[in-house]
Design a protein around this ligand. Sequence first.
Ligand code: SF4
Ligand code: SF4
Length: 171
Amino acid sequence: MLKEVKEAVSGSREIARAMGVTLKYLFKKPITHQYPDEPVEVYPRFRGRHVLQRYENGLERCIGCALCAAACPTHCIYVEAAENTDDDRRSPGERYAKVYDINMLRCIFCGYCAEACPTEAIVLKHDFQLAEYTRWDAIYTKERLLEPHDTPHIKLRSDEKFELKETWGNK
Ligand code: SF4
Ligand code: SF4
């Protein structure tokens, strides 16, 4: 009998504790992101989808040197270069990337490709919408990677809002 009473008291206490947590959050402002109806805030340093940049005059920054592919630890970049001609000039240099593919399924978003690029052609922007229906769609071709790339679902968050919390890493 005593055991049952103890269990009933302990159960009631747990229910009260759980209800306390519910009540604590009941009157707080919800923090649910209304994605995709409203843009999501991301930090400026967030590394998302790759973009191949152009110069202001529209020429491609990529010169097909394949340094990004050499730096990539997962070998997910494939570059094939071709010569520019006066009739068909794609980049300011002698060569441009005829083929530029990234297998996004293998990418670990380390950013080494962007670090290695001498012309700042390949950069990791802030897009996080990377879901595809087939694995072949996850191979991003040059046509998909080249600017312009619109991201209306993203809003850049100010770094001022970032507060460094004490963690094992910065104690
Ligand atoms: S971010 Fe890293 S893994 Fe992804 S393509 Fe660039 S170098 Fe390769
Ligand atoms: S993206 Fe940069 S590193 Fe990669 S092939 Fe083009 S110019 Fe070279």
